[in-house]
Design a protein around this ligand. Structure first.
Ligand SMILES: Nc1ncnc2c1ncn2[C@@H]1O[C@H](COP(=O)(O)OP(=O)(O)OP(=O)(O)O)[C@@H](O)[C@H]1O
Ligand SMILES: Nc1ccn([C@@H]2O[C@H](COP(=O)(O)O)[C@@H](O)[C@H]2O)c(=O)n1
Length: 678
């Protein structure tokens, strides 16, 4: 996941390949609650790992449920069997409506029947998201629910004494026209109280987001509760209902998350390419799968089967549509982003619920689409979007709303309509709510012209701090890192292993050509393997540096490593350090830094670096070695060490690492078209 304060998406022209979706948030949190209330252990496969499921898991753990992660990634939840074992808890539920609403209902019922005292709270935005309709349905049953803040909104306190009774003789009434989650919460919780009679829930007003209620009814059936449904106004939980664990349960991929990749295929998979989406398909129980119909109406060419979708560009440009999106409120946001590529206006109606989601999504979407140049009209329950006439490089606010970030990322595909502007997504980590690796997945499919992918080059003499600076700058921007010296060092190590002379240019070039080198990522970040052998420590030895300096003088070796170095240029961007990054490998880099420091400083830094690793060293020898290495690097015939003509020189002899990083990031900011926010 990108944890940077902002993420710059380069203009991207195409997309192709396969994405495996994370589990559905709606299914994951319903399954977790049902497993937590059921008797026995439920093994949950393909559960979504995200902020919203994390808070639900934390809550279940605090309530005494057993939670165990199996080695194969499966989660085993041992439920309470409908009996509270913990009677007091304070539960923090972040911004997860799918945790707050059903837990409020379940704990209100349990506290009343079995005694308890529970406080439910969340982030400030959660405290602005209504829950009054659910509270109003529960209070007449005898549940004691205190508003701890603004009446009708979390935080809430739920209390009861063991033996209190619930008034269940009459139908339980709940409003259905603000959020379907209130009905879902009641349906999930009320089987706890259905021992002696059928329980009837009646919906006041027109129920919105019906497909989400369908998921609820479907999953209740998997846990042994056969809810009878009369239309969408009346639901009956049969007498004697009790949650029975299905043993194993699989969470299908998130259909709302699929919408970004359906849109991506429709916008950018052309010329025989396709975007294949795995984890959700024609057999989905999620309502948002019907987003596919809306995307098709706009022009997407979609094929589907059980557990998969395949999307290509069909009609182009896309066609604007008018749609009542009440049935797909979350995925409908993606239509607003598709509208950037449509002929004529796209009007999405029936979306009043957007106003009470993670943020006011109508206002947020209108504001951010306007930033890229779209014309937007908004009303209380609709939004109308027209594609930009002129695209603007935009800095997109995300309002701590994962869907804002994912939808607006699609604006970076503007080269498909002849523009070429980057898009900056602020606070990109908000995608952690449902799709922590969304941007990695997007970059895995997206294609950008190499020239559009920004590169920052950092060249300079030995031990000037290039590697340190490059790594910090890359981390701050979320860019990839190329330590080009490592390629020459690895070539030198391979030569030593194979007994190849550092003077045998042809044999060295052949080694460099088929260098079997792997750089670790994730938990293995910072480790390097050559021919499957871990050379992380060997790579940093001074002997490896000297060997690299000898093999790197050969033109054939440099030529053999040229394409490999260029292949590191991938979205969202690259920071490359070495000797000829700015002069030879990335001559079009938009920012080139030439980093220097006095020889005395460099020798002292290298000395301290080696000593801190427990390697003994002599400072005078080190200085002599690095000066010899610099001399060889500066005087070789090909790609000598020298500043590019357009490089900015930075002498960091008297600067701290942080100062150097700040200077480079400041230069970078000045070259970006976004202003100075980040
Ligand atoms: N501005 C700085 N101030 C103080 N120490 C620094 C500074 N920059 C880097 N260093 C330290 O100097 C040492 C050498 O830095 P680094 O390994 O990044 O240099 P390099 O130029 O990449 O070397 P090489 O050319 O051998 O790969 C490290 O221990 C690093 O922490
Ligand atoms: N672009 C580059 C990078 C490195 N070299 C040579 O490799 C030696 C080791 O490099 P480090 O940055 O890892 O110290 C270096 O002394 C150069 O001779 C190169 O030629 N071009």
């Amino acid at each position: 996941m990108f944890r940077t304060p902002f993420l710059d998406l380069p203009p991207m022209a195409g997309a192709a390949g396969t994405v495996r979706l994370p589990g559905s948030k709606s299914i994951s949190n319903r399954v977790l609650l049902l497993a937590g209330l059921a008797d026995g252990t439920t093994r949950v496969h393909d559960l979504l790992a995200s902020d919203d499921t994390r808070v639900m898991l934390d809550a279940l753990r605090a309530l005494g449920c057993g939670i165990a992660h199996d080695a194969d990634g499966t989660l085993a939840v041992t439920g309470l069997g409908g009996q509270l074992s913990v009677h007091e808890a304070r539960l923090f539920l972040g911004n997860a409506g799918t945790a707050m609403r059903p837990l409020a209902a379940a704990l209100a019922v349990l506290a009343t029947l079995q005694g308890g005292d529970f406080e439910l709270s969340g982030v400030p935005r959660m405290h602005e998201r209504p829950i009054g309709d659910l509270v109003d349905a529960l209070r007449p049953l005898g549940c004691t629910i205190e508003d701890l803040g603004t009446p009708g909104y979390p935080p809430l306190r739920l209390r009861g004494s063991a033996g209190d009774r619930l008034a269940l003789e009459r139908a339980i009434r709940v409003r259905g026209d603000v959020s379907s989650q209130f009905l879902t919460a009641l349906l999930l919780a009320l089987p706890l109280a259905a021992g002696e009679r059928d329980l009837v829930v009646e919906v006041d007003g027109e129920l919105i987001s019906k497909p989400y209620v369908e998921i609820t009814v479907n999953l209740l059936a998997r846990f042994g509760i056969a809810v009878r449904r009369d239309g969408w106004q009346r639901f009956t939980i049969p007498q004697g209902s009790c949650y029975r664990s299905p043993g194993d349960i699989h969470v299908e991929g998130d259909a709302s998350s699929a919408s970004y990749f359906v849109a991506l295929g429709a916008i950018a998979a052309c010329g025989g390419d396709a975007v294949r989406i795995e984890g959700v398909g024609s057999d989905s129980i999620q309502g948002d799968i019907r987003f596919v119909e809306a995307a098709q109406a706009m022009g997407a060419d979609v094929r589907t089967g059980p557990g998969w979708l395949e999307v290509r560009r069909g009609r182009w440009p896309l066609a604007g549509i008018t749609l009542d999106a009440n049935h797909i409120p979350d995925a409908a946001m993606t239509l607003a982003a598709m509208a950037l590529y449509a002929e004529g206006p796209t009007r999405i109606e029936g979306i009043a619920s957007w106003r009470v989601k993670e943020t006011d999504r109508i206002a947020a979407m209108a504001a951010e689409l306007r930033r890229v140049g779209a014309t937007v009209v908004e009303g209380t329950d609709f939004i109308e979007v027209r594609a930009p006439e002129t695209w603007q490089p935009a800095e997109i606010r995300t309002y701590d709303d994962h869907r804002m970030a994912m939808c607006l990322s699609l604006a970076a595909f503007n080269p498909t309509v002849g523009a070429k502007v980057p898009v900056r997504i602020l606070e990109p980590h908000c995608v952690a709510k449902t799709f922590p690796d969304y941007f990695e997945a997007l970059f895995g499919l997206a294609r950008a012209e190499p020239a559009e992918v920004p590169v920052i080059t950092i060249d300079g003499p030995t031990a000037s701090g290039k590697g340190t600076l490059a790594a910090e700058v890359a981390a701050a921007l979320g860019y990839a890192l190329l330590d080009s010296g490592a390629l020459y060092r690895a070539t030198g190590i391979a030569a030593t292993w194979d007994g190849v002379s550092p003077d045998d240019e042809t044999a060295l070039a052949a080694l460099a050509e088929r260098l079997d080198l792997r750089f670790g990522d994730g938990a293995d970040a910072g480790r390097t393997w050559l021919r499957g052998r871990d050379i992380t420590d060997e790579l940093r030895l001074e002997t490896s540096g000297l060997m690299a300096s000898r093999v790197s003088v050969w033109p054939a070796v440099r030529a053999a490593l040229h394409a490999l170095q260029q292949s590191f240029r991938r979205a969202p961007g690259l920071v490359a350090d070495g000797r000829d990054m700015g002069t030879v490998i990335f001559p079009d880099a938009p920012l080139k830094v030439f980093l220097t420091a006095s020889a005395a400083q460099r020798a002292e830094r290298r000395y301290k670096q080696l000593i801190s690793k427990g390697i003994s060293a002599n400072i005078d020898d080190l200085r002599a070695d690095l000066e010899a290495r610099d001399m060889r690097d500066r005087s070789r015939s090909v790609s000598p060490l020298k500043p590019a003509e357009d490089a900015l020189e930075l002498d960091n002899s008297a600067l701290s690492i942080d100062d150097s990083v700040a200077q480079v990031l400041d230069w970078w900011r000045q070259r970006r078209p976004f202003g100075r926010t980040a």
